[in-house]
Design a protein around this ligand. Sequence first.
Ligand code: IMP
Ligand code: MG
Length: 201
Amino acid sequence: MTFYEPDTIFCNGSHFRLYITKEQLDKRIEELAEQINRDYENKKPIFIGILNGAFVFLADLMRHVTIPCEVDFFKLSSYGDEKVSSGHVTELKDLDADVEGRHIILIEDIVDTGLSMRYMVGRIKSKKPASVAVVTLLHKPDATKHYVNVDYVGFQIPTLFVLGYGMDYAQEGRNLAQIYVIDEDSEDNGPPVIPKNTEKI
Ligand code: IMP
Ligand code: MG
C-alpha cells in the first residue's frame, strides 16, 4: 500500500519539507495514550476534539486509549486562511455532551499563541466539569501570547508554520500522513523535541 507521503510539498504557493515522520508520530502518540490510560483509569473521561485540525490526531490517539471513555467535538476558527492567527476566536459548533461533573480531556493539533486553547479551557470550565486537561500534538512555546497550561505535549517545535496530519494551509494539506514545515530561511529551524517531563502531576 502506498501512502500520500512525499519528502517535499508545494501547497498554495509555499514550499514545505518533511519534519515529523509517520514513525515518529506513531511512537509518540502511543506513549501519550499510555500516559492517559494510566492517569484516567476509572475516570471515564470525555475527549473533546477541537475541529478541524485535531481530527486526525484524535482518531489515532483513540486507537491506543484502552480505558472506557467518550468522545465529542467543538469547532473553533482562529486562523482563517492565513499563516498567522487572526487574533479572534470564532465558535462554530458547541458540544453535544453534558460535561458537568465529568473529567474532560481537550485535544488540539497545535497550540501556537495559546488564544484558542485558553478560550476553550475557559469555555469548558464554565460548564463545571470535574477536571480539565489539555493534550496537544504540537506546541510552539516561543509563540505564546496567551498562557495556558498544557498537560500532555507530543512535540515542542520552534515558531514555524507546519502542515499535514490534520493541519492545513488555506484548508489544504490536512490529508498528508506526515508533518511538514515551511521551507524558508529562518534561524528558528530546530528539530521537534519531546518534552522531558510530560508525566501529569
Ligand atoms: P492559537 O490560537 O494561536 O494557539 O492557534 C491554534 C490554532 O491555529 C490551531 O488549532 C491550528 O488549527 C492553527 N495553527 C496554529 N499554528 C499552525 C501551523 O503552524 N499550521 C497550521 N495551523 C496552525
Ligand atoms: Mg486547530
